[in-house]
Design a protein around this ligand. Structure first.
Ligand SMILES: Cc1ncc(COP(=O)(O)O)c(C=O)c1O
Length: 484
């Protein structure tokens, strides 16, 4: 089958009577389902499932799998997403039945291994942040943001009254202002300087007794290390406001700088990015939060603890806690991978990974800076912003991204946080040869844009699908197969 031909759905391959499984003869007495399953849970008709043989099922899903683009097959420089290689050993550990098959209602006494792993994970995350205490409960980065803002609200409620404003730099990820809105606070944008730092004068103008916090991503989403974060913390603390760190970019500073040391009061981790869980297309994630002494009493319950007798368990007795923010105890599978990753790398390995991530971004930027517009000056964190600036040839950042697919590369993040940009995050797990071939591809695409624009304009040529109607795909997705 041609790699570009659309694949029929499994339902469209259905042939009446075909069957993929042979069940053994029933060796228990038959029963009347009408007596067992309540009427409101019974359908009138049997579901219209596809009838296909085993080989057809295997081939169908194998073909689909061959069309997948993944970090296991290709370079995936999707800025702000940290699409690094995920070590297989983490998968093996997470799939261990001792972890994977535990039921959340299992008695504490029978789950000591997992509880110890969670306790140690929270201790490591505390140490990496330099903060007093970690909650593993939030389900992803955005959920960690919201939980942290609820904690800040609770603190202010106990100390003079809830404050209405939360500041977000104009480079902030969309989830930051969204989290402010969800917790009923007003997001106020703070300007950046031309070199991509927070404008301290604008920050001073906005910070007052009604300001709850600044949500800072560091290094920020344009890849810039802001060297004046401690000054920002001072400005905020003087008015009783907090410095919140959006830790999505911890991959650039892990083991090098501890957020508490540059003035952070509370933060979230995107463990699925920084500590390597396969993610993308919405999950899975995990967004533990770390808080200082002032805010720690408000962390969610239950908290995993080590008791005086050396056993591990759940502590529900935290009178100031904001309560539960998720069912059960957190995204356990992602946290097991986090633990495996942290143990495999150790202190020095974690630092080296961050150093390599920063080196990879700066190497790639150096290879490209004579060919493209890099609007912010180096050095960069673990990612950087590039403007293709090919509009005069009728070529947009989308066209460049689509053409990159023909070279076997996943498109970078596009058009955010700077209009018309590509945001490139290579990560530490790529070889110099891969970085070089990516740079060569971008330089060739620029040449094509000038000499042969249609080649770029109509790309991709070698992918299973050409250009999709992205608006229709987002607004009118067809999520269910309907019989004709
Ligand atoms: C800077 C930044 N903050 C927050 C988030 C939200 O994290 P999550 O997708 O885990 O909810 C992201 C995700 O891409 C991000 O890049």
């Amino acid at each position: 089958m041609d790699a570009k031909e659309p694949l029929p759905l499994i339902f469209e391959q259905s042939r009446p009577g075909a069957c993929g499984v042979a069940l053994p003869e029933c060796d228990v007495p038959a029963c009347d389902v009408n007596k067992i399953i309540p009427a409101n849970l019974r359908a009138d008709e049997a579901p219209d499932w596809p009838q296909v043989g085993e080989a057809e099922v295997v081939r169908h899903f194998t073909r689909l799998n061959q069309r997948l683009f993944s970090v296991d097959t290709n370079f995936y420089p999707l800025g702000s997403c940290t699409m690094k290689y995920n070590p297989r050993v983490n998968e093996r550990v997470a799939a261990d039945p001792g972890f994977a098959c535990l039921h959340p209602y299992q008695d504490e006494a029978d789950a000591q291994g997992l509880l110890e792993l969670l306790y140690r994970t929270r201790t490591y995350l505390q140490q990496i942040a330099g903060l007093a205490e970690v909650s593993l409960q939030p389900a992803a980065g955005a959920h960690g943001e919201l939980t942290s803002l609820l904690i800040i609200n609770a603190y202010h409620r106990d100390h003079g009254g809830v404050r209405s404003k939360i500041l977000t730099p104009d480079t902030a990820h969309g989830t930051n202002p969204a989290s402010c809105a969800v917790c009923g606070r007003q997001a106020v944008s703070v300007k950046s300087t031309p070199v991509g730092r927070v404008d301290l004068d604008d920050l001073r103008r906005h910070v007052d007794e009604d300001t709850a916090a600044l949500m800072l991503t560091h290094p920020n989403t344009v890849g810039v290390f802001d060297t004046r974060v401690t000054e920002m913390a001072r400005i905020l603390h003087e008015k009783g406001a907090f410095l919140y760190l959006d830790g999505a970019n911890m991959n650039a500073i892990c083991g090098i700088a501890r957020p508490a040391d540059f003035g952070v009061d509370i933060m979230h981790y995107n463990t699925h990015k920084t500590f390597s869980t396969p993610h993308g297309c919405g999950g899975p994630g995990s967004g533990p939060i770390a808080a200082n002494q002032k805010l720690a009493p408000y962390l969610p319950v239950p908290q995993v603890v080590r008791r005086d007798d050396g056993t591990f368990g759940w502590d529900e007795n935290r009178p100031k806690s904001i309560g539960k923010v998720r069912s059960f105890y957190g995204q356990i599978g992602v946290l097991v991978r986090t633990y495996a990753y942290l143990r495999a790398l150790g202190n020095s390995g974690l630092k080296e990974a961050s150093e390599m991530a920063v080196l990879a971004a700066n190497y790639l930027a150096a290879r490209l800076r004579d060919h493209f517009n890099l609007p912010y000056p180096p050095p960069y964190g673990h990612e950087f912003i590039l403007l293709p600036a090919l509009q005069e040839h009728g070529i947009t950042e989308l066209d460049v991204s689509k053409r990159l697919i023909d070279f076997g590369f996943h498109p970078p993040t596009m058009s955010w946080p700077v209009p018309h940009c590509l945001m490139i995050e290579p990560t530490e797990t790529e070889t110099k040869a891969t970085l070089d071939s990516f740079a060569d591809a971008l330089i060739q695409i620029k040449r094509e844009a000038v000499e042969e624009p249609q080649r770029v304009k109509q790309a991709p040529w070698h992918a299973p699908v050409r250009r999709l109607d992205e608006v229709a795909a987002a607004r009118k997705p067809r999520l269910r197969w309907q019989p004709q």
